[in-house]
Design a protein around this ligand. Structure first.
Ligand SMILES: [Zn+2]
Length: 485
């Protein structure tokens, strides 16, 4: 907890002298700008603002003020196993969660994972998160996931799903519809999507789940273009049956043909890129290069902390790197050289903020710093850090220089939830205890041998290639050269 007395809910807050990345339509940058927050909203932006008496002042000099970041796909429940799958492939992930041990999660484990993930998000400046909650095998699990979001700071889109059942069964169960109605998630702080994947079965059994989504008014989010799991057939079936809509979010969209990208582009949907995940797991090469070619809007996501970082700085830099890697490699194969990169740091900062807001239909509320929008704000400032100056290129600084340790202050809906580098008003100890209980539960249920084996998958045999140059010959040649000299 920060020592500084913090303002109560009704006291205005002003950031003074910040480098403001507005991410508005013009992407205006204001150097030495102030941002005034009154209540839950941004009241004014500009240099030297006059503010009401008693306004809480935050010295933002030397820092960058940006919109709160937006993660459009995170399996929050899996944060309870943070880092466990560092060396997994997607196959190992499927086997562990889908086939073998995902059902070991109790409702309280889902709650604990979500609570930790929510704190993690705030700490890293992510103010809106889609909880792609696909571990919900009972309504009790769903209630626990939802309650955890309600108890956490942050703006959320709750996307219930269930990897242990068929979507045409669980989504059409009247208990599920009753849960959704009870959940009452139409507020500015909590929205809902429906999370399920489309297998490509020609009989299109997922129709029932799409119809439920339509009846309940829930957008669908779906893992699409995942090598070995979902493919062009799923996209085609969605298209032919009229279920591709502008609010649909396609996660990964990596292994797809131009035809599928054209269908996505033509129906106005967007793609959530989880580049860290796509690079490691094998869904396909991170597809931002292809999505750019088709004019498909993008947002960024973390996917799961069972492997990956939970900050969008890493998402931005890995996306920028993957896109540029692709462009260089493609050129080199043709004997050409890329002299100018297409993708800019500015683009990935946009995808991490505004792109997410648009994908989730929240653009009127969040995603940019504009008067009248909700005050979801992140101040990147770290006076003790040599990596915070000089700030010559603000987008480049955000995308490639800063990290979560530079997240100084975070506001969600006008409320300070992190200040001077510390979480505010959160019971980290309680969350730690809950997560420790989950890990203990899983470990004791599975036993040490299974637990250790799951974390340490076998390494395929690696053959070191034959090398015509021998170390002994190198020594001989070197001695020979020295003698001659
Ligand atoms: Zn995912």
């Amino acid at each position: 907890m920060a020592e500084t007395p913090l303002p109560t809910d009704d006291r205005p807050v002003v950031f003074r002298d910040a480098l403001v990345l507005t991410m508005d339509d013009r992407h205006e940058i204001i150097r030495h700008g102030d941002v005034l927050v009154i209540g839950d909203a941004i009241a004014a932006i500009g240099p030297g603002l006059a503010v009401p008496d008693g306004t809480f002042e935050i010295d933002a000099a030397g820092g960058i003020l940006m919109p709160g970041m937006i993660d459009t796909h995170r399996h929050m429940w899996q944060t309870a196993m943070r880092g466990y799958g560092a060396d997994w492939t997607l196959t190992q992930y499927f086997v562990w969660y889908y086939l073998e041990y995902g059902t070991y999660f109790r409702p309280q484990d889902i709650y604990a994972g979500n609570a930790l993930s929510a704190l993690d998000a705030i700490d890293a400046g992510v103010t809106t998160t889609v909880d792609w909650s696909h571990g919900l095998r009972t309504i009790e699990h769903a209630e626990a996931a939802l309650q955890s979001l309600r108890d956490s700071a942050g703006r959320f889109v709750f996307a219930p799903g269930n990897i242990f059942g068929a979507p045409w069964e669980w989504a059409t169960n009247p208990d599920f519809a009753a849960f959704v109605k009870r959940a009452d998630t139409g507020s500015d702080m909590l929205r809902m999507q429906l999370a399920f994947d489309v297998t490509g079965d020609p009989a299109f059994p997922e129709r029932g789940a799409f119809e439920v989504a339509r009846e309940l008014g829930l957008p669908v989010t779906t893992h699409a273009g995942v090598w070995g799991a979902t493919n062009d057939d799923g996209i085609r079936l969605m298209y032919e049956n009229g279920f591709m809509t502008p609010e649909t979010v396609y996660v990964h969209a990596a292994t797809l043909s131009d035809d599928s990208y054209q269908r996505i582009a033509a129906t106005g949907g967007s793609v959530s890129l989880s580049t860290e995940s796509e690079q490691s797991c094998g869904q396909g090469y991170p597809p931002s290069w292809a999505l750019r070619e088709h004019g498909i809007p993008m947002s960024l996501s973390v996917d799961t902390s069972v492997w990956f970082s939970s900050d969008l700085f890493t998402a931005m830099r890995s996306t920028l790197g993957a896109d540029r890697s692709w462009e260089h490699v493609q050129a080199h194969e043709k004997g050409e050289t890329v002299t100018h990169s297409h993708l800019r740091a500015e683009n990935v900062v946009d995808w991490a903020t505004r792109g997410g807001a648009k994908a989730l239909g929240l653009d009127a509320l969040t995603g940019s710093i504009e008067a009248g929008k909700k005050a979801d704000l992140v101040l990147l400032k770290n006076d003790g850090s040599p990596s915070m100056f000089p700030i010559t290129n603000p987008y480049g600084h955000v995308a490639l220089q800063v990290g979560r340790a530079d997240v100084h202050t975070v506001l969600v809906d006008g409320r300070i939830v992190k200040f001077e580098g510390s979480l505010v008003g959160h019971d980290l100890a309680k969350t730690r205890a809950a997560v420790e209980d989950t890990v203990e539960h899983l470990q004791s249920e599975l036993g040490d041998a299974v637990w250790d084996a799951g974390m340490n998958p076998e390494i395929p045999e690696t053959k070191v290639l034959d090398n015509p140059y021998m170390y002994t010959e190198f020594r001989t040649a070197a001695t020979h050269a020295a003698t001659e000299a």
